[in-house]
Design a protein around this ligand. Structure first.
Ligand SMILES: Cc1cc2nc3c(=O)[nH]c(=O)nc-3n(C[C@H](O)[C@H](O)[C@H](O)COP(=O)(O)OP(=O)(O)OC[C@H]3O[C@@H](n4cnc5c(N)ncnc54)[C@H](O)[C@@H]3O)c2cc1C
Length: 400
């Protein structure tokens, strides 16, 4: 699948991995992880921490799937309003999903500290803006339900928004439990750490095309007919699950991102908080370590790469125009832009765990605007499942 086009900022900023090992012969391991993006890296992290021998296979160069295209805003609030999610999955599960996302940001922070890696992880507040009068009503309702369940949230009025942030909108929800990161750097740092300290092996250009499962073992076959035998396989293929999973669980879309020139700090907004809005599709905004503005949005409900790429120029203009409605004075100019495939599910929640048609496999499919927080949740849950630990009822199961 053609996952992205254009120049993803993170790839330029950090460069390619120096690791370029291919699989040349049959091997055996405890766990084979398919995918070296942030999800596969986090799964490897939790398993390696528990002395489980892991191998990662990726059909691309290391970590160059969607992880390089991400804007990496880490938020506990998912694409579905909590009150809508309650309608879809019930109050208990909906609140639990929100709380797990909240917790996952702290988990990421702990990993950064534990591995002592510098990956531009930064706690920043988040502003969820009302795009219009309907959005204001939605935020009022959302505020009440989040408050009822003890989730961190403050309601900002039109006056507060204007005086504090110089943004003209009817209302906003604010929380200071969000964060941002350089996901590509993060992913590479985790892989490098465990390559060095846990014997993790990562094979690039190793395309898994077939999987055969027996009672106590599972074997993956590459397109070069090389075999990887394991006790379990974890599928972390990002949006390319089609040849690994016997079910279509997501709808694919296209999204567009641009990055500005480095701005003078005075030209940025208070706290450099993450910004998004109630309109659908929404605009999402953050800054980078070198004070660039990163803005994404204007999603299209299709995946066709040719159609997607043909729209890039127009999308840049649309994004800039909309950005200027938030910050009319901004002298923003474009240094980089790209577009990428994006996936959503029927309820905005990921699919994690076993699938009845695929014995000896676990899936880590964190589809949705919160892909990275879902990756953390998936990685921890799969580690527990592999270790046979008692897990609570899985609210992200396939047959929900
Ligand atoms: C433009 C954009 C903005 C985003 N913004 C945010 C955001 O602000 N916050 C957030 O939380 N999330 C965001 N996301 C989502 C997030 O980036 C993704 O959920 C996350 O990067 C997915 O990571 P992954 O490891 O699952 O997938 P990937 O990074 O795509 O990695 C999967 C890997 O699996 C490999 N693979 C697939 N099939 C096979 C196979 N059969 N054999 C071998 N290898 C295989 C691929 O080559 C790939 O490298 C955004 C996504 C995009 C595109």
């Amino acid at each position: 699948m053609d996952l992205k086009s254009g120049l993803p900022f993170w790839l330029i900023k950090n460069g390619l991995s120096e690791n370029y090992e291919r699989l040349e012969q049959d091997i055996e391991t405890e766990v084979l992880i398919i995918g070296s993006g942030i999800t596969g890296a986090l799964v490897a992290h939790f398993l390696c921490e528990n002395n489980v021998k892991c191998v990662i296979a990726d059909r691309r160069m290391e970590s160059t799937g969607s992880t390089t295209a991400s804007t990496a805003q880490l938020q506990y609030e998912i694409d579905e309003y909590l009150y809508d999610l309650i309608e879809k999955v019930g109050e208990e599960d909906a609140v639990k999903a929100y709380k797990m996302c909240l917790e996952s940001i702290t988990t990421l922070e702990k990993i950064v500290k534990q591995l002592k890696i510098d990956v531009d992880f930064k706690r920043v507040p988040s502003l969820y803006l009302a795009s219009d009068a309907k959005g204001k009503k939605q935020l009022e309702k959302e505020f009440e339900i989040r408050k009822k369940h003890g989730l961190p949230v403050q309601y900002l009025t039109e006056e507060m928004l204007l005086s504090e942030y110089n943004i003209k909108r009817k209302a906003a929800l604010y929380n200071n439990e969000s964060a941002q990161v350089d996901t590509y750097k993060f992913c590479q740092a985790i892989l490098d750490y465990h390559r060095k300290n846990s014997g993790l092996k990562v094979y690039s250009h190793t395309n898994i095309v077939e999987i055969k499962s027996k009672k106590d073992a599972i074997t993956a076959y590459t397109d070069k007919e090389i075999k990887i035998k394991a006790k379990k396989i974890v599928a972390a293929p990002g949006f390319e699950s089609e040849n690994l999973l016997d079910e279509k669980v997501m709808q694919l879309e296209s999204t567009y991102v641009l990055v500005s020139q480095p701005m003078h700090p005075d030209e940025l907004w208070k706290e450099k908080c993450l910004i998004w809005e109630t309109a659908r599709p929404y605009l999402y905004i953050r800054t980078t370590e070198d004070n660039r503005i990163m803005v994404g949005g204007f999603d299209e409900p299709f995946q066709d790469p040719k159609k997607r790429d043909a729209l890039m120029d127009k999308k840049n203009k649309d994004i800039l125009k909309r950005f200027k409605t938030f910050f009319p004075e901004s002298k923003i100019e474009i240094d980089f832009y790209w577009c990428g495939t994006f996936g959503g599910t029927k309820d905005g929640l990921p699919y994690i765990g076993e699938h009845k048609k695929h014995p000896n496999m676990y899936f880590a499919l964190g589809y949705g605007g919160n892909g990275i927080t879902f990756s953390v949740i998936a990685a921890e849950m799969i580690k527990d499942m592999y270790l046979g630990k008692q897990t609570e009822e899985n609210i992200f199961r396939f047959d929900r």
